[in-house]
Design a protein around this ligand. Structure first.
Ligand SMILES: O=C(O)C(=O)C[C@H](O)[C@H](O)COP(=O)(O)O
Length: 206
């Protein structure tokens, strides 16, 4: 794992859009609209059959840093890397996934929701972590508790965060950036609206 890589990615924007791409033809317009609005880091969840092709398509967009989300096991990790993902995000962390990703060419941002999860992540060599699902796992008070105990760890909280609540997370030193699906809601793709939402998110303090 290359820590410099994951830090560069987490520092590239205050918000990582978490994307569910249902039709591969939507991939380019979504990526262009987000990058145009100032959000270059894109997390494409492997929750749809179109996801891997969407990653391949989005990589064509200049300035985009495209990664895979909802990666659950080493097989999916390898598929994500083969599709050209520059980073991989998992909702939780297993020993098999953590070990498989240790020597991989791209960084893994594993999910944690408890102190025990964080300790297991640290044992496996990961200290850049997704706090997921952030709101229902205790929200800001929980993250403040983790930050007090795990000094060197940086988090990307995701799950239940909105444009309105993102600033209070981003104000914490332990928070590198936040993730959210609000940038591209389910339904019709409207590039102008996506760019406008991205602009507002990109303007948040980082
Ligand atoms: O699949 C994953 O790995 C996820 O990250 C799950 C959710 O898509 C995000 O947690 C976004 O959550 P919301 O912004 O609350 O919609």
């Amino acid at each position: 794992m290359n820590l410099a890589d994951i830090d560069r990615i987490l520092a590239a924007a205050p918000v990582i859009p978490v994307l569910v791409v249902n039709r591969v033809e939507d991939a380019l317009p979504i990526a262009r609209a987000l990058v145009a609005g100032g959000l270059p880091v894109l997390e494409v969840t492997l929750r749809t059959p179109a996801a891997l092709d969407a990653i391949r398509a989005m990589k064509e967009v200049e300035g985009a840093i495209v990664g895979a989300g909802t990666v659950l096991n080493p097989g999916q990790f390898d598929q994500a890397v083969e599709a050209g993902s520059e980073f991989v995000v998992s909702p939780g962390l297993t020993e098999t996934l953590g070990k498989a990703a240790q020597d991989a060419p791209v960084p893994l941002l594993p999910g944690v929701a408890s102190a025990g999860d964080i300790m297991r992540a640290l044992d496996l060599g990961y200290d850049r972590l997704k706090f997921f699902p952030a709101m229902s796992s205790g929200g800001l008070p929980a993250l403040k508790g983790f930050a007090a105990v795990f000094g060197g760890v940086r988090f990307c909280p995701t799950g239940g965060i909105t444009l309105e609540t993102a600033p209070e997370w981003l104000a914490l030193d332990a928070v590198a950036c936040v993730g959210g699906s609000w940038l591209v809601p389910a339904g019709e793709i409207d590039p102008a609206q996506i760019t406008e939402r991205a602009r507002r998110a990109a303007a948040l303090r980082h």
